[in-house]
Each structure stands twice: as structure tokens, then as C-alpha cells.
Design a protein around this ligand. Sequence first.
Ligand SMILES: [Zn+2]
Length: 219
Amino acid sequence: MNPDESERDHPLHLYFMYKATLYLIVFFSFLLLLSSCAVNKSPEAFRFRALQKGKVKDDSSYVYALPYAVGTKHRLVQGYFSRFTHRNRAALDFKMKKGTAIYAARGGVVARVKEDGDKGGLDAAYRQFGNNIIINHSDGTRAGYWHLQHNGIVVNVGDTVQQGQLIGYSGNTGYTAFPHLHFIVWKSEAGNWRQIGTRFLTRKGAKYLRPFKKYKRPA
Ligand SMILES: [Zn+2]
């Protein structure tokens, strides 16, 4: 087909109108997608936002220690119910270099340890390699510390650990895009483990952490 023929079949202005419409459709679908991602509408997510904003005053929940060394600070890169990989998770991601010492956020009994994973990446296929520690607390909750370094765990199943005790070293194993500690607390409800948000002791008192902020662990 020579250019003259195509011109006759598809006049140029129609072609541009078609293109413009297509771009508009793509643009608005993108906006729609963004706005739907922005807010998780589950009741749990609502409750969390209220807690984070300090709207819930009467709070006697346990105060956890930030899970790294006293005087050091790390940025919370993903908070509760955030957009990336935590859309339906009440988990926290603290960005930190591989080999950062991890301390128990709360005392308890070590229930599970995995440290033989030596791979990590942004693909669900890597999930099985995620080294982790699970610690059971006295009130029936349990905490998980994820993506730890290969052979980087210094406690064993059955050990009793105190809050602030060294338990291992961070890494980048499992389903992860960059070196960080993924921290999560579950509560058993009628046989199901439900993820819950927890308060941490910060320099400004007991707070529900907010994403993109750096938190220093006070003495
Ligand atoms: Zn995470």
C-alpha cells in the first residue's frame, strides 16, 4: 500500500482523534487505578488510620521496642496496609543494610527459626527462601521477623528471650526488593492468626508508626 492510499482510507485528522481518545482513556484508567489503590477500605485499615492519627485515645496495648540497636534509626518504608506489597497486611518494613543487628521487640519464647535461605528477589518464587524468627508472647500474640541473613539467627526454638535481646541479623532473603526487616504481629482468634498493629516506644512516646518516617530507638 502506498502512502496516498492509506491517506484516503484513514484521513489524517481521524487518525489523530483516534490517538488522542486512546491516550485519554489510558490516562483516566491510570488515574482510576491510582485512586482505588490509595485507600484500603477494610474496617481494619480504618481502625489503623485512626490509631496512627492518635484519634483513638484509650489504648492500653503493649508497647513494643523498635527491633534494632538503641540509638540507631531506620526508615519505615512500608507501613500498615500500604500500597506496594502490604495492601492487606498489618506489617512494617524497616529499611536497613544487610547484617544489621535485630533485637526482640518483645520478650517471649522462640517458636520457629529458619536461616537456611540464601536467595532473595522481587518475585513470589523467592518467598520460600525468606529466613525468619517467630516469637510467641505471653498474651497469645506472636511476632515475626523476616528476610534475615543466611545463617544469621542467634536464638533457637524453645529459647526464652527478653525484650531488647539480640536475636539475629537482617538480610535480603525471600520475597523482597531491597534489604530490610519485615516485622509483623499476629493474634490468634478462633484458631486463625490475624495480623494486628502494635505501638512502639519512640523518642516521642508510644506511637503507631507511620510510613516514610525514620524512627530512632530510645534508650
Ligand atoms: Zn514487608
